[in-house]
Ligand binder design. Structure first.
Ligand SMILES: [Zn+2]
Length: 317
């Protein structure tokens, strides 16, 4: 077996999970869908399904890493306002006393995951993080997202490792408007998404193509496994294969599950397992299997448990 230079002797058959206790301290308030219990459910389910789970504490992102994709004004809002209670940034995005540390560690997890796979000590990493990130634009925290975690990680892959082809694959039921906006003029990053439409944030039409690096396939409410798999097999997976990524990143939202209260697709956990195996196969063909996956949405706890286990099992291979 080929081991890249710098291989540190870790067990490449296991997929470590990067997370941090501070991620539970982002307090969105009673009745909010994006609640700490989501992450606790994911971690508990993974520990139960994988008794030897390699769970690691993610470092915080640095301001320099965040500034690769975000404006200084957004950093100031999230990191420097130091609220004493919960303050709304918009109708569904909240800043609490613990939010700054949570946002730093959620973004830092992705950066550390890129370092781990590019350094060769790991082949794949799953980042179990919240708040999610894919709705945050360069200058706006929105849709439960403060910083765009996966965009910060992808920008790190470009800058620190000089990569010229990074694919971000987003199967969250919502379109990742923030990720698309950040990279729509950046040909080194491909953004590929399926999502329910119409649905928040009302972007992601097929004709949104960026500089040819954006691929959107909107799906109607009620779409189930056969049409979802067909969309990926016939339209989305071939685009990723043709791009031949040097690193494959996943915005892993599990809110297209039939149980999810915020959307109306009809997938089950095994659909996420199938798609993840397909993505791993593409990564094996083009980039020695390197995958960095980051949790995005998913608002039913049982669906989150089953789906995250199916996802990590498929990443483990
Ligand atoms: Zn979502």
């Amino acid at each position: 077996m080929h081991h890249p230079v710098g291989f540190g002797g870790g067990d490449l058959r296991r997929v470590p999970v990067f997370s941090h206790p501070s991620l539970l301290d982002h307090d969105t308030g009673p009745g909010h869908a994006e609640r700490p219990e989501r992450l606790a459910a994911v971690i508990e389910a993974l520990r139960t399904a994988f008794p030897d789970l390699d769970l690691r504490q993610a470092p915080p992102a640095t301001r320099g890493q965040l500034l690769r994709v975000h404006d200084a004004a957004l950093l100031e809002t999230v990191l420097d306002s130091r609220p004493t209670g919960r303050i709304p940034l918009d109708s569904d995005t909240v800043l609490s006393p613990g939010s700054a540390q949570a946002a730093l560690h959620a973004a830092g997890a992705g950066v550390a995951a890129v370092d781990a796979v590019q350094g060769g000590s790991e082949r794949r990493v799953f980042c179990a993080v919240r708040p999610p990130g894919h709705h945050a634009t360069a200058d706006i925290a929105m849709g439960f997202c403060l910083f765009n975690n996966i965009a910060v990680a992808a920008a790190h892959a470009l800058d620190r490792y000089g990569l010229t082809r990074v694919s971000i694959v987003d199967f969250d039921v919502h379109h990742g408007n923030g990720t698309q906006a950040i990279f729509e003029a950046e040909p080194r990053v491909q953004y590929v998404s399926s999502h329910q439409m119409p649905l928040f944030p009302d972007t992601g039409r097929r004709d949104e193509r960026g500089v040819g690096n954006i691929v959107n396939v909107p799906l109607a409410a009620g779409t189930g496994s056969p049409r979802f798999c067909e969309a990926w097999r016939e339209r989305l997976l071939p685009e990723i294969d043709a791009f031949a990524p040097q690193l494959l990143m996943i915005s892993a939202g599990f809110d297209a599950h039939w149980r999810d209260p915020l959307a109306q697709l009809q997938l089950d956990a095994e659909d996420f397992g199938w798609l993840t195996r397909e993505l791993v196969a593409i990564a094996e063909r083009h980039c020695e299997g390197r995958v960095v996956s980051m949790l995005e949405g998913g608002y039913d706890l049982q669906a989150l448990r089953e789906s995250s286990v199916a996802h990590l099992r498929a990443l483990t291979g």
